[in-house]
Design a protein around this ligand. Structure first.
Ligand SMILES: NC(=O)c1ccc[n+]([C@@H]2O[C@H](COP(=O)([O-])OP(=O)(O)OC[C@H]3O[C@@H](n4cnc5c(N)ncnc54)[C@H](O)[C@@H]3O)[C@@H](O)[C@H]2O)c1
Length: 314
């Protein structure tokens, strides 16, 4: 299949591109390196450096002529969305609309777009279903929710199949551990530098941590699914949780990472940050019913693999 990956120089995108090229697909990448890295680019993939908001996007997508598009390019940081909500909205909402339009005009038959657990805000129930209350607590969550609507508004009338994939907390090799990346990458980066990572709050807060290999497998399963993913008849239409459904307290995660890395010193605690949710887990059973995917990676093994990768970077 000819698959265009926006954000293919990023963490999830570059892992996806590796999997797609290894299984013989023709892959194209569009990325502006705003958070992605040139070293993540796959030499087997077609590549254009550009902002998805560039008016030349249609022509560039038409040049690659994808059969499917996986849209991962986004302003991915909650903190940056608070500092500059206009840019966050432009990239995440208008950017999704632009990618969807360009994909349809180029003849793509399916568009998958990255959404997030952030669309739910503080969970009304755990685990969250796709139909659970959506009350995003920051501009990033709001733009990701609006992007889902942009995608549907653009593609449903054109008969292009689509889905928004709501990822929980993704971790794995190539995640940026310096900025605001995921907690696993931040803990790993600090430990490798001999520094002490900080746990905000009492550590009892839970997250649904999913290995990037499982996320890549979900995207691939959705790309090749025979069923129509955007069918409005399904609960909450074209949105799918991509998650494990399991809650893990951050303290327990820290303990697992410390023992895997043989890091003796306990991590200090600091007061909880405003806006951090107390519990989070997303029920992934709709994705299993629709395209037969479920997370399979063992947490211990995937944390070890991730730590080994970070060790290689130190
Ligand atoms: N990592 C997670 O835990 C997580 C969780 C939920 C959702 N997501 C979503 O998954 C997607 C991928 O996230 P990631 O963790 O790989 O982040 P990432 O920052 O590593 O990747 C995003 C990529 O998009 C590119 N990009 C950003 N703005 C662009 C623009 N205007 N034009 C072209 N390229 C642009 C960046 O350079 C980068 O390569 C994002 O949509 C993100 O919101 C990630």
């Amino acid at each position: 299949m000819r698959v265009l990956v926006t954000g293919g120089a990023g963490f999830i995108g570059s892992n996806l591109v590796t999997a797609l090229t290894m299984s013989g697909n023709d892959v194209g990448i569009i990325d502006d390196f705003s958070s992605g890295k040139a070293e993540n680019l796959n030499g087997l993939a077609w590549f254009r450096e550009m902002d998805i908001l560039d008016p030349a996007l249609d022509a560039v997508v038409a040049e690659f002529a994808p059969e499917a598009v996986v849209h991962l390019a986004a302003q991915p940081s909650v903190a940056a969305s608070v500092k500059d909500p206009e840019r966050d909205w432009a990239v995440n909402v208008e950017g999704t609309r632009a990618v969807a339009r360009a994909a349809a005009a180029a003849g793509a038959r399916r568009v998958l777009s990255a959404s997030s657990a952030a669309v739910y805000g503080e969970p009304a129930e755990v685990p969250l279903l796709e139909t659970s209350l959506k009350a995003p607590a920051n501009p990033y969550g709001r733009s990701k929710l609006a992007a889902e609507t942009s995608l549907a508004e653009t593609l449903a009338p054109l008969g292009v199949d689509f889905a928004s994939l709501r990822f929980s907390n993704v971790f794995g090799p190539r995640q940026d551990g310096r900025g605001e990346g995921g907690v696993v990458s931040i803990f790993a980066t600090k430990m490798m530098a001999g520094e002490l990572p900080v746990i905000y709050g009492d550590g009892g807060q839970t997250r649904d941590f999913i290995y990037v290999g499982d996320v890549v497998a979900a995207i691939v399963a959705a790309l090749f699914a025979d069923s129509v993913l955007g069918a409005a008849a399904m609960p909450d239409g074209p949105a799918y949780n991509i998650s494990t459904g399991k809650e893990l307290p951050v303290d327990q995660l820290a303990g697992m990472m410390r023992s895997a890395a043989l890091f003796a010193r306990p991590f200090p605690h600091e007061p909880a940050r405003e806006g951090d949710v107390a519990r989070s887990a997303l029920d992934p059973s709709k994705a299993f019913a629709a395209f037969g995917w479920q997370a399979r990676a063992s947490l211990e093994a995937s944390l070890k693999l991730t730590l080994t990768w970070f060790q290689g970077q130190a």
